[in-house]
Design a protein around this ligand. Sequence first.
Ligand code: GLP
Length: 241
Amino acid sequence: MVQVAAGYRELSSIAAALVCARVRVKQDLVLGLPAGRTPLGLYSQLVNLYRAGLVDFSGVTTFNLDEYYPVPPQDPRSFYAFTRRHFLDHVNVPANRAHAPAATHPHPAEACAAYELEIVRAGGLDLVILGIGQNGHIGFNEPGTAFDSRTRLVELAEHTVRVNFGRAAAHAPRAALSMGIATIMEAAEVLLLASGRDKAPIVGRSLCGPVTPEVPASILQRHPLLTAVVDREAAAAMGNR
Ligand code: GLP
């Protein structure tokens, strides 16, 4: 299902309402969390709803989608620090149930296998929230990623490093640990968020174009329970296919 919001605020409200509804139905919800600018409005609305006593995260478990490698959690550039700063530090998800890939582990393959196991032990992902990269990446699954991929060490596309770090790109991490496409697709439900005209071409290709590894997000068309919430600007190329 695609929901077109008038703007970013409405997009964030629709997303927050969906997340709260799922937490109310299943108190021990297992949630996949993205970093990036797009979910900031959602996180801030969830914090407000929590502060107003309208949602309780005490039974919730979270798994961050991805993490730069090798970047320690205390590094302000880490996605762990990001999700803490914007969401987890302000709500009552128990600290021992807020997971992130171990991006300083000397053996990334082991860290990734352990992460997959933790997800299974938690009962599997109930709801994964996703942003989308301008090249169609979800998590850090860059174009060309196999649809059967699982959590693993990935090399970042040059374009992604430039978009995410701008002028600091020269000193930015070039790799990450990311949930795979299969890990994401096994979630019971997916909530995809996209905002702004920069995302319009890739939203059109992902939701209305052919399903191909060249556009990683296109696989979401095959997810049995996908809600895509896009604002009008991001939806602009959806009719042109
Ligand atoms: C990052 C993350 C993704 C995120 C994407 C879009 O590289 N790995 O999980 O969805 O970029 O970011 P933004 O929401 O800032 O456009």
